[in-house]
Design a protein around this ligand. Structure first.
Ligand code: HEM
Length: 201
């Protein structure tokens, strides 16, 4: 479990988030420009650091929209019902194993407008507290929800911000179609192919 939690739950989820965020930013130049200008306004010539994160709401929205659309842990590790219970109106008999579909929750049309669309702006409409780590179901819920949510948010956001600050990202021709996912965490089946151009910092 020690190795599992370090590699799969901590590193892999964070890496997957960063790769999909850069895919979407490279695909959506307007979002990338908005993020770059937000970072420039706050950091100026300084390199982005964790201390800057609370002042970067668009970067926070990019992070949350990426873990909503790509749910790095798409299915919650199995739960065992020790006694008869009810969840969401369903009767669960003792002895059942339950797998909650996080991806399904994050793509639920009743909760999210156009869930297939990657749109960080949806988190900036005043309904969400920017410090709330659970805007989506990506980190699970309840007392066994992700223990590393804050760390994941800080590491992935600082990384996304840093590479967006340093380079302009564009998808390589044909890359837009490469959206297949594989594995226990939502890994990109075909590794990300981009063209990056250094910015004048
Ligand atoms: C974007 C990145 C991450 C996502 C989407 C994510 C998601 C999740 C999910 C869905 C669970 C299961 C929650 C449940 O069973 O209800 C979980 C559990 C856990 N995660 Fe994360 N995680 C991420 C990053 C991290 C990081 C960076 C760490 C460690 C530093 C971490 C440590 C853990 C641990 C220890 C658990 C087990 C908690 C428990 O069973 O009480 N995770 N995570």
């Amino acid at each position: 479990m020690l190795v599992w939690e370090t590699i799969i739950e901590a590193s892999d989820t964070t890496m997957v988030t960063t790769e999909w965020a850069m895919y979407e930013l490279a695909k959506n130049p307007k979002c990338q420009d908005r993020l770059y200008h937000e970072i420039q306004n706050v950091c100026g010539a300084e390199k982005i650091k964790e201390e800057h994160l609370p002042q970067l709401p668009y970067l926070n929205a990019v992070f949350h929209e990426t873990i909503r659309k790509y749910s790095p842990a798409p299915v919650i590790p199995l739960r065992y019902a020790h006694e008869d219970t009810q969840i969401g109106g369903y009767y669960i008999p003792a002895g059942s194993e339950i797998a909650v579909n996080i991806y399904g929750c994050n793509m639920d049309k009743k909760l999210w407008e156009n869930p297939e669309e990657w749109k960080p702006e949806r988190f900036l409409d005043g309904k969400y507290d920017s410090m709330d780590l659970h805007k989506t179901m990506a980190f699970g819920a309840g007392k066994r929800s992700c223990a590393g949510a804050l760390q994941a948010s800080m590491i992935a956001s600082a990384t996304i911000g840093r590479v967006a600050q340093e380079f302009e990202w564009r998808l390589k021709d044909g890359e837009e179609e490469n959206v297949d996912i594989v594995g226990l965490t939502s890994r990109k089946l075909q590794p990300l192919h981009v063209i990056i151009k250094p910015r004048n910092l």
